[in-house]
Design a protein. Structure first.
Length: 135
């Protein structure tokens, strides 16, 4: 065996032990980072679609004042189909309040070869105009 007087450095076992400890520490961190980045991308797209649907709801509401009760639109980035519908509210809310209407915007898109959908719902009060009777 060769003995050297210079003992400055690491042995092979120390280097392998340090590398294995680094791998055990960094692996879960990198997996977590990957998962977080995927989630951020997914929710960023969802948030973008919801904002687009919200803007579409505002425009469709203005059109509903002109008695347009339904509508449909498609956008390319991100590829999404928006469908607007306005109908008379039903259930408990309709019993409590007269002249309440429900506006819905259905958001449909395809992701990972699966059809996905979400919906925005808004309630509005549109009182019927009373016609005055002549005496």
């Amino acid at each position: 065996m060769i003995h050297s007087k210079n003992n400055d450095g690491f042995t092979l076992i120390e280097v392998l032990l340090a590398l294995s400890l680094m791998a055990m520490i960094l692996t879960p961190i990198l997996i977590t980072q990957s998962s977080i980045m995927f989630s951020v991308g997914y929710f960023s797209g969802l948030f973008r679609r919801i904002n687009i649907a919200k803007n579409y709801l505002v425009v469709a509401h203005k059109n509903s004042l002109e008695n347009k009760k339904t509508g449909q639109s498609s956008i390319d980035d991100p590829p999404t189909t928006l469908t607007y519908k306005q109908d008379k509210a039903s259930g408990v809310i309709a019993k409590q309040f007269k002249d309440i209407y429900r506006e819905t915007v259905r958001i449909e898109w395809t992701e990972d070869n699966r059809k996905r959908e979400d919906m925005l719902v808004s309630f509005i009060f549109k009182p019927e105009k009373k016609t005055e009777q002549k005496p």
